[in-house]
Design a protein around this ligand. Structure first.
Ligand code: MF3
Ligand code: CO
Ligand code: CO
Length: 258
C-alpha cells in the first residue's frame, strides 16, 4: 500500500472506531420506553466527546446526528419524540467524521422480545453482509458483492432493496463507486487495494419496493412489512480486507449480551 493509502486507512480506522463505539453505547440504553431522540442525543454526545463530528447532522439538510429506522422503515428514519416498544426492531446508523475521514456503520437492535420472523430477517441480513465481506480482495468485482448478498437473502425468502446502495467513503461521506447489494458475479468495476467503501444491505421481509415519506427522508417498505440493515466501512488491503467499524465489545448482532 502507498503512504496515501496508509494515511486514509489510519484516518478511517479512527473514525470507524468512534462510530462503532457509539453503537456499543446505544446497546446499553436501548429498551422499551426510550425515545429515538434519546438515541440521537447519545450518539451526538459520544461522537463529540471523542472529538469527532456527526456527519449526518446538516448533511443535505438532514436534521439529526444519526438515523433510527424502526420496523417497516428501510433507512433514514429521523430520530424524534417517539417511544420504542416491546417487539420493535430498530436500525441505528451513525457516521463519525474525525480529522477529515469518515466511518459509517449501522446495526439492528431488538426492543425486548421480538417475533421469530423479525429474528430471521435480522439474522439473514447480518449473514448476507458478512458473507459478502469475506470474499473481498483486490481484483474481485463489485457485482460479486451484490451476487453473494442477493443469493443468501433470496434463499431465505426475503428481498434486496434496490433504491439505496453502499458507497465509497473517505474525505467525503459519500463517494463513488456505488456498491449495489444485488447483481451478477464477474460484473462491474474491479476492487483495488486501498479502496474504502461501505456495504450496507437493506433487506425486506416482503417486496423490495420502497417509498419516501413527506419529510423527504424516511424510506419505508411499500407493503409495510419489516426491513433490516447492517453496515460496515471496509478497506481493501494487499491480501484481503480490513473492517474499520467492528464492535470492540463483540456487540455485532442482537440480542446483545451486556
Ligand atoms: N448513514 C447513511 C449511509 O449509510 C446516510 C445517512 S444520510 C443522512 O450512507 F443524511 F440521512 F444522515
Ligand atoms: Co453508508
Ligand atoms: Co450509514
Amino acid at each position: 500500500m502507498t503512504d496515501k493509502m496508509l494515511e486514509a486507512f489510519d484516518g478511517t480506522r479512527k473514525a470507524g472506531s468512534i462510530a462503532s463505539g457509539a453503537l456499543d453505547e446505544v446497546a446499553k440504553i436501548i429498551k422499551p420506553g426510550i425515545k429515538t431522540d434519546d438515541i440521537d442525543k447519545l450518539c451526538f454526545e459520544f461522537i463529540n466527546d471523542n472529538h469527532a463530528y456527526s456527519a449526518p447532522l446538516f448533511y443535505r439538510g438532514y436534521p439529526k446526528s444519526c438515523c433510527t429506522s424502526t420496523n417497516h422503515i428501510v433507512c433514514h428514519g429521523i430520530p424524534r419524540n417517539k417511544f420504542l416498544k416491546e417487539g420493535d426492531i430498530v436500525n441505528v446508523d451513525v457516521t463519525a467524521q474525525k480529522n477529515e475521514w469518515h466511518g459509517d456503520t449501522s446495526r439492528m437492535y431488538f426492543i425486548g422480545e421480538v417475533s421469530t420472523k423479525a429474528k430471521k430477517l435480522v439474522r439473514t441480513t447480518y449473514e448476507a453482509m458478512i458473507k459478502s465481506i469475506k470474499i473481498l480482495k483486490d481484483g474481485i468485482q463489485i457485482g460479486d458483492i451484490g451476487y453473494v448478498i442477493q443469493n443468501h437473502v433470496e434463499a431465505a425468502g426475503f428481498s434486496v432493496v434496490r433504491d439505496f446502495c453502499g458507497h465509497g467513503i473517505g474525505r467525503n461521506f459519500h463517494e463513488p463507486p456505488n456498491i449495489l447489494h444485488y447483481g451478477e458475479s464477474k460484473t462491474g468495476e474491479k476492487l483495488k487495494t486501498g479502496m474504502i467503501f461501505t456495504i450496507e444491505p437493506m433487506i425486506n421481509e416482503g417486496n423490495y419496493e420502497t417509498k419516501i415519506l413527506n419529510d423527504g427522508w424516511t424510506a419505508v417498505t411499500k407493503d409495510k412489512k419489516l426491513s433490516a440493515q447492517f453496515e460496515h466501512t471496509i478497506g481493501i488491503t494487499d491480501n484481503g480486507y480490513e473492517i474499520f467499524t467492528s464492535s470492540k465489545k463483540e456487540l455485532d448482532f442482537p440480542p446483545y449480551k451486556i
